[in-house]
Design a protein around this ligand. Sequence first.
Ligand code: NAP
Ligand code: HSE
Length: 439
Amino acid sequence: MTVHEDTLLNQPTINLGVAGFGTVGTGLAKAIRENSAWISRRLGKVLHIHTVLVHDLHKKRHFIPDPDTLFTDDPETFLNTPDIDIVVELIGGTGLAYDLITRSLARGTSVVTANKALLAEKGPELFALASKHNTGLYYEASVAGGIPIVQTLKESMAGNRIKNLLGILNGTANYILSEMTSRGLDFSTALNMAKAKGYAEADPTFDIEGIDAAHKLTLLIRLAHGQDYPFSRLAVEGISKVQAVDITLGGEFGYELKLLAHVSSRDEQLQAGVFPAFIAKSHMLAKVDGPFNAILLEGNVVGPIMLYGQGAGDLPTGSAVLADIMALSKEGCAPNNTGFLEPVLPPANILDPLLTSSGHYFRFTVQDRPGVLSALAGIMGQHDISIAQAIQKQTPTPEQGVSIVFLSHKALLRDVQKAMDEIARCAFIMAPTVHYRIM
Ligand code: NAP
Ligand code: HSE
């Protein structure tokens, strides 16, 4: 008998009930199989996938956790299986997943989940329930897949005030923008490539409209600031309207377009949102290409820290789920669900998004005639927007007008919107103005 087998035989077992055995569920099972001896050495316990809940019992499975793992398609059988120590919710959505999590917590069973949509919408209720029953509700895999950002904010940076957080939190959107940038592709071609590679869902709305990134940002705001920022109040803008021409023009000024999730604190107020924005090509986040994720944090004690890695996929996400299971399996591990003493966090003190300030990129499509440039510049000036750089470009046909691009110094979003409203009413404007922030 090897040392490994001897170790496993003498160790108590942690029985896992895994609801959902798709991409992440399978990745978790593979990780447990691959590293079983290593896990036992750290825990002094053996992790065993006891029961698995799936939708279709007849689906061909390429990987089975253990010969004695029980597969069921009945949520009641799953919930009533005795001796489950930890429930792992990997189904997704806000229906059955909600029922499984609430019922498990209410009877005192800790839960690990990767479900950012559910935690973004129902987090306060679920964390309060977990706290009431002194159970753990852990969710490392919910944000940025394999990147250990939840633990970093909850534990490693717990002594810091997070002044600024800027993240690339959606791999599909980052892949699409990377392909548009490096190959000059249009949005729909790059989206089809993301689908072909398996990054984008069949319905990619959450990925491309910024909703998935906003779900994740909601969780990060809670962890970083100890405040509940309602998902419904986040300013969210996706990438589905991004045109290749703006990526090219921004590139000429030394910028790259990224879908960014951002929260910062100013005078005890939080400004937060998800939007496509230009960042300098020399910025560390500009170097994050393809389906990768990254988060740049600025702590008031430690300074800047950047985490980078795979934000999705079976093994990266399985790795994060496994870390939570192991944390909950340790003796004497107190559930610490929100990262703060309060089970229910106070509401966020939200800064009106219109009062946020940054640089701005504008592309106007205008008639090519005398006085247009000065009229545009005049309206900008009247609204306190100072132009930093400008160029004019011909469009393919004169009937389409010409493109005038302005880059501004820092200006309030409120003033930018007022200026754009006024400009939209000018007779020389031939197409809607394109605007992005410069971070
Ligand atoms: P997935 O591949 O679609 O797998 C979903 C699993 O849930 C499948 O096994 C499915 O059963 C089961 N299921 C669905 N509806 C069910 C029902 N009504 N009753 C019983 N079982 C049901 O999903 P996934 O990509 O693994 O994602 C799971 C969760 O992880 C989601 O919350 C997702 O947002 C999150 N997440 C995913 C990733 C990623 O890279 N995929 C990364 C981070 C977080 P069948 O196998 O029988 O169809
Ligand atoms: N759909 C997500 C992404 C992965 O593209 O990043 C799961 O969080």
